[in-house]
Design a protein around this ligand. Structure first.
Ligand code: GEK
Length: 250
């Protein structure tokens, strides 16, 4: 077998020059720069990824299935894989962007962990989920239509074994206008410190406006409980980006 080549990834310059406003899409041009884009845009991403391995290791159950919903290029999928010591488990990564899934395939092949990974190019709203112990939605739910989020979370909760967990990372908004402004400004400062210009920040912001719909932490907690999870815990926050754990009761 020939060794798989690492897919080349480039600097994110997508919004560097002035352009007509278009909704953001996870197409080939985004997939090509995605590792650089997410690292420079999402505060805490480089901390959250290795912690997904630690969390998976704590909650994976023998003979169960684990899911990474909205896996993109597989960073969170690989973190889960390395936290799964049980040979009898399965790991499934799902994304509805074919550009992402094609590249993800290469990254998975380059990783030498023996646990097989199944990749599905499909909508997480339709993908079958059964007998789960750990499911990850790492910055994916925010892209799902708000009125379909409860249905998805309910399906995940019903498919999760007692003692199993959902890792949910999201960009959030704040009820308090002052706090909203402060956290948004700090997020933009983070992007500036990572080399994005004011033009890049404002064009990306407007491309995401109709596509990434953030909700409050209280809204997330309430809906997770309605879906059938308990003990919702925020284990990480940096500015307006949080990661939560939601448990299935024993
Ligand atoms: C990481 N988890 O690197 N069905 C399937 N996939 C979807 C859907 C949907 N309905 N909506 C969005 N996606 C990754 C990062 S990125 C987060 C996740 C970001 C996919 C979309 O194609 C994209 O690949 C991913 O969710 C969101 O840890 O870009 O901020």
């Amino acid at each position: 077998m020939t060794a798989p080549h690492k897919p080349s990834h480039q600097l994110d310059r997508i919004y560097a020059s002035e352009q007509p406003r278009q909704d953001f899409r996870f197409d080939e041009s985004v997939a090509r720069v995605f590792p650089d884009m997410i690292r420079r845009s999402v505060p805490g991403y480089t901390t959250i990824i290795p912690m997904i391995e630690v969390i998976t290791e704590q909650y994976v159950q023998p003979g169960s299935n684990c899911y990474d919903l909205g896996c993109s290029l597989g960073a969170s999928t690989l973190a889960m894989r390395h936290g799964m010591p049980h040979a009898g488990c399965t790991l499934v990564g799902v994304d509805n962007s074919s550009a992402m899934i094609e590249r993800c395939q290469h990254y998975i092949a380059l990783d030498d962990h023996p646990l097989p990974v199944t990749l599905r190019c499909e909508d997480i709203l339709d993908t079958p989920i059964t007998d789960a112990s750990v499911t990850t939605l790492n910055f994916t739910l925010q892209f799902v239509e708000p009125d379909r989020r409860l249905e998805l979370l309910t399906r995940i909760a019903q498919a999760t074994r007692p003692g199993g967990v959902l890792i949910l990372s999201e960009k959030i908004r704040f009820e308090d206008e002052q706090e909203q402004q402060t956290q948004t400004r700090l997020h933009h400062e983070f992007k500036r410190a990572n080399g994005y210009s004011d033009l890049e920040i404002s064009q990306k912001r407007s491309a995401l406006e109709q596509v990434l719909i953030p909700e409050t932490l209280a809204g997330h907690k309430q809906r997770l409980e309605e879906a059938g999870f308990t003990d919702v815990t925020v284990w990480y926050q940096c500015f307006n980006f949080v990661s939560m754990l939601a448990f299935r009761p024993n």
